[in-house]
Write a protein that binds this ligand. Structure first.
Ligand SMILES: NC(=O)c1ccc[n+]([C@@H]2O[C@H](COP(=O)([O-])OP(=O)(O)OC[C@H]3O[C@@H](n4cnc5c(N)ncnc54)[C@H](OP(=O)(O)O)[C@@H]3O)[C@@H](O)[C@H]2O)c1
Length: 199
């Protein structure tokens, strides 16, 4: 399959790329160090990305910046970082990408454990995760031409523990390579409207 992977250079994206590249052609996308440049916070940039790559069998997103911080420091302005990137950015990849996905192709988005198991500082990220899960379920029953959509909700990654560990006391981190399997399941399988939790 021909797959565009947005966020391919990231911690999670690198593992997903490694998992999928064994069997598929991967086009990497991101703001830098990628086959195609895209900033998912900009619909115009997403349109340009699709125009430059053309038809694909699958769109996989492991991109999505969020604001991390205590609720008392969550302002309308910094909440916008999450909404523009992880939430609207990923949803716009779907809305603007439908015409570029082949019949029976798929979209796979990224959520995260915070939407099910709250942590201090995670409210903004949880908003995005919950909304994307709801969007996944709704879009699945309306996408045309047999196109499927799922999202993957990983636990905190082993590879991210140095950075995020203190925010996740008592959580059992998962290797990014294990989370990556869920993306393969979404891309190569037949299910739609699913949230694959890797907890
Ligand atoms: N790490 C974890 O433990 C973990 C656990 C559960 C869920 N998640 C979720 O997984 C996603 C990825 O996390 P990560 O830790 O892998 O992040 P990361 O290492 O910071 O990687 C983010 C990736 O997305 C790209 N990116 C960032 N902003 C972008 C934008 N506006 N447009 C296009 N590409 C953009 C980055 O490349 P450029 O900078 O070149 O654009 C990079 O490739 C996030 O939504 C996160 O909430 C992560």
């Amino acid at each position: 399959m021909r797959i565009v992977l947005i966020g391919a250079s990231g911690t999670l994206g690198s593992a997903v790329r490694k998992e999928l590249a064994t069997q598929h052609e991967i086009i990497t996308a991101g703001r830098k160090d990628a086959d195609v440049q895209v900033d998912i916070s900009s619909p115009e940039s997403i349109r340009n990305m699709y125009q430059s790559i053309g038809q694909v069998d699958a769109v996989v997103s492991t991109a999505g910046r969020t604001f991390f911080g205590p609720l008392t420091e969550l302002t309308p302005e910094n909440n916008e970082i999450t909404i523009l990137n992880k939430l609207k950015g990923q949803i716009n990849l779907v809305l603007l990408g439908i015409d570029y996905v082949q019949d029976k192709g798929s979209f796979t988005l990224t959520t995260g454990i915070i939407m099910d198991s709250p942590i201090i500082g995670g409210a903004s990220s949880a908003i995005a995760g919950g909304a994307i899960r709801a969007f996944t379920q709704s879009a699945a029953i309306e996408l045309p031409r047999g196109i499927r959509i799922n999202n993957v909700s990983p636990n905190v990654l082993v590879e991210s523990m140095e950075q995020y560990g203190p925010y996740f006391p008592g959580f059992e981190p998962v290797p990014a390579s294990r989370a990556a399997l869920a993306y393969r399941k979404s891309v190569e399988g037949a299910q739609t409207g699913q949230t694959y939790t890797v907890y």
